[in-house]
Design a protein around this ligand. Structure first.
Ligand code: GDG
Length: 482
């Protein structure tokens, strides 16, 4: 890569923040920016710094050449079919994902998955080394790329390297199960700043550096084996609060919400769940609690109905297929026992929706259930709160979501305790309006001050990015400076 394209700010993530749009009859691809919070947060810095985002563009085989979209340079990394199975579905999503989420499903270990994980991490590190200008700042994202910081440092010792983990970091006893635990730990220690969603996760990491490598962490800093100080701290991620509020306030969404409520038979109470169909999200426990409440008469159809959006996810992995079978069997059972003609008790939607449709669902949800068994943060909980422009509605939130530390006024619950889940659901359904408003107002205020830009600014400041403040001051309007 020539110096003319070298960037002083580089993001490295498994996925590029774009979706490919294929128009029949036209040759060549067109791309659209995907709506995620991460890209919203990083876009101003990428624009201001003429930055580059490195990641997989989707699809198997050769990757497209680097291109520019909305002032961001995008540098696609190829993955072939074997790498998708071994690096992505295998080591990332069938070893690390369950292990890091308290092993709520049994993690599988296979040596050829590890080899592929190493090989793909090396490819991302090499690409970052080629794209980064001298002394550039490189920010590596998430569990798929934990080896990149150390690999990149070996190639380019001049860089400032940050790493952020979006999912939990497990307690030491669980991490110790990982056959290549030392490589992962040393991989992360290649960064100058390792960011986590919660203080507990940062502590778990620091404790491991002592236990496995004999290092001596003090407060948030540990001196790595090469003598460099590495900061490990929590930077809880958030949403683009203003844009979520803006969508919720639009006429299109308000009208759609009215339509949806009518289509559901205008029930007194709508309980909503929106999750990727993932075994960490506690969907089964939630359905079971709802079934028991219908069964003992504490809740009843058609006064109360549940809407469960379960976005399709990782459908080639067996644990996910098994979960789908279980959830769909349970939905069928509940509807068979408690539904009426034309009025199911659970409206189950195994589909993806537009942001507007999700916002309309948030608006009609009197009670929102976010009950993961373990979750790094959970942005759905934050999106629901930000959408509640009237300050009404009740959020039932698992203690095991990172979001519980931020949304303290939610109806918090241990989702493993079925009786507790049932009584908190009933308390939320019956909560008086003034109590709902008191809780919701406090949480909405918090999210206005703690949005995703606040998160990015906090991390980048710790990493020593001098221009961070300027990028956010001008907020999206600065031209690319090449
Ligand atoms: C990981 C961590 C952490 C969902 N369905 C649709 C849709 N979504 C959007 C939501 C939300 C996002 O996807 C899901 O984010 P979560 O945070 O809830 O969960 P994960 O996907 O597991 O994310 C998590 C996060 O990373 C960030 O660090 O919070 O703990 O596991 O924004 O709205 N969006 C659209 N259609 C859908 O059908 N448009």
């Amino acid at each position: 890569m020539s110096d003319s394209t070298a960037s002083s700010f580089v993001v490295v993530a498994n996925r590029l923040p774009v979706d490919r749009i294929t128009t029949p009859g036209s040759d060549g691809d067109t791309w659209r920016r995907s709506p995620g919070g991460l890209v919203t947060a990083l876009h101003p810095v990428l624009q201001a710094e003429a930055g580059t985002w490195i990641g997989w563009a989707g699809g198997e085989g050769p990757a497209p050449s680097p291109f520019t979209l909305d002032g961001m340079r995008l540098s696609p990394v190829p993955l072939d079919a074997d790498e998708l199975r071994n690096y992505y579905e295998g080591f990332s999503n069938a070893t690390l994902w369950p292990l890091y989420h308290d092993a709520v499903e049994q993690p599988a270990f296979h040596r050829h998955w590890w080899k592929s994980y190493e090989q793909v991490n090396a490819r991302f590190a090499e690409r970052a080394a080629a794209e980064a200008a001298p002394n550039a700042l490189v920010w590596v994202q998430d569990y798929q790329l934990q080896l990149v910081p150390a690999m990149l440092r070996r190639l380019r010792p001049d860089l400032r390297i940050g790493f952020f983990l979006h999912i939990p970091f497990p307690p030491t006893e669980l991490f110790m199960q990982l056959p290549r635990r030392l490589d992962i730990l040393r991989g992360l220690l290649g960064a100058d700043v390792v960011g986590f969603q919660s203080p507990g996760a940062a502590q778990n990491f620091l404790r491991l550096t002592r236990q496995l490598l004999g290092l001596k962490p003090r407060a948030h800093i540990v001196e790595a084996e090469d003598g460099r100080p590495v900061r490990a701290e929590s930077y809880p991620i958030s949403i683009d609060t203003a844009s979520v509020e803006q969508i919720a306030a639009s006429d299109v969404v308000a009208n759609r919400a009215k339509e949806l409520r009518a289509e559901l038979g205008d029930p007194k109470t709508i309980i909503l769940g929106v999750d990727r169909l993932d075994y960490t999200k506690g969907i089964e426990q939630r359905l079971k609690a709802f079934r028991e409440l219908l069964s003992n008469g504490e809740l009843s159809v058609p006064d109360t109905v549940m809407v469960q959006v379960a976005t399709p996810s990782r459908e080639r992995i067996e644990h996910y297929r098994a979960l789908r079978r279980t959830v769909e069997r349970e939905v069928g059972r509940i509807n068979g026992d408690f539904g009426r003609v034309g009025i199911p008790a659970v409206h189950y939607l195994h589909q993806s929706y537009s942001r507007e449709e999700l916002a309309a669902l948030y608006l009609i949800a009197d009670v929102m259930t976010v009950t993961p068994l373990r979750d790094g943060m959970n942005l759905v909980a934050k999106e629901y709160v930000a959408s509640r422009l009237n300050n009404d509605g009740a959020l039932v939130l698992s203690e095991f979501a990172g979001a519980a530390a931020d949304l303290k006024q939610a109806f918090q619950v241990n989702p493993h305790d079925l009786d507790a889940l049932k009584s908190v659901l009933v308390a939320a359904v019956r909560s008086p309006l003034d109590e709902q408003r008191r809780r919701m107002r406090a949480m909405r205020r918090y999210l206005r001050g703690h949005d995703v830009k606040h998160w990015a600014r906090g991390f980048l400041t710790a990493l020593g990015a001098p221009e961070t403040a300027t990028a956010y001051d001008s907020d999206n309007i600065r031209e690319t400076s090449t």
